[in-house]
Design a protein around this ligand. Sequence first.
Ligand SMILES: Nc1ncnc2c1ncn2[C@@H]1O[C@H](COP(=O)(O)OP(=O)(O)O)[C@@H](O)[C@H]1O
Ligand SMILES: [Mg+2]
Length: 234
Amino acid sequence: MEQTSTYISEPTSELLNIAQISHEIRNPLTLINCTLQLLDYRYPQLKTDDLWKQLAEDVEYLKQLTLSLSDYNHCGKLSFATVDLNNLLETLISNYLPLALSQNKSLTLDIPQKLPALVCDEIKIRQALINLIKNAFEATSEKDSIEVTAHFNEKRIMIAVKDTGKGISEDQRSKIFQPFVTEKESGTGLGLSITQKIVEAHKGSIRVYSREYIGTKFILSLPIFQKQTQDRKI
Ligand SMILES: Nc1ncnc2c1ncn2[C@@H]1O[C@H](COP(=O)(O)OP(=O)(O)O)[C@@H](O)[C@H]1O
Ligand SMILES: [Mg+2]
């Protein structure tokens, strides 16, 4: 399924609401976290209670949600620089190798020795790739594999994240880029929509190929050069 690289600017009121809501949630959340830590200190035996564990997980989920909402709100504001993509991809994969090892999965990087330097917002592109890699980890089981590859032509760089996990049904595929669409108990459903927004803000595109029980491949296609090199907001 091909996602177009056309972008539609969000109504300002929607962006404001997201910013306000996540800000308003974050303040009491910080207080709840402090209270939990105090309770934990006063009553160490609480740690063994299942309800306490559930509470800690719920608070962590809320924390992740507010962080993702903030990412969602800011993913169109870019700060361009010339980035060494080989270095970015190698560092990223080495960060995830311990996780792959602990879950008995294979994680590989197969890229040309010298990819062209990419003009992009490095933090945002890393965030876009992390979202895909995290999803690949969450969709796979022991002995599965996750592979990151890249190739290029004179205008674009294509980066693929491929896994041999559970795949995505056809019905689900049409919805996965929408915010808050998730099949996970503690998912926010924001990862792919953030990735798509980041890629489209770079005038790139994202495609997904998937077969249930066989695996999934996401391909990001990014222009090597950006026409506008100052901050751009969508
Ligand atoms: N690599 C993948 N394999 C299988 N399903 C996937 C994969 N990536 C994304 N999905 C599906 O897309 C949904 C949305 O993903 P995402 O936006 O990252 O939100 P979340 O990870 O919080 O659920 C996931 O819940 C999952 O059902
Ligand atoms: Mg995700």
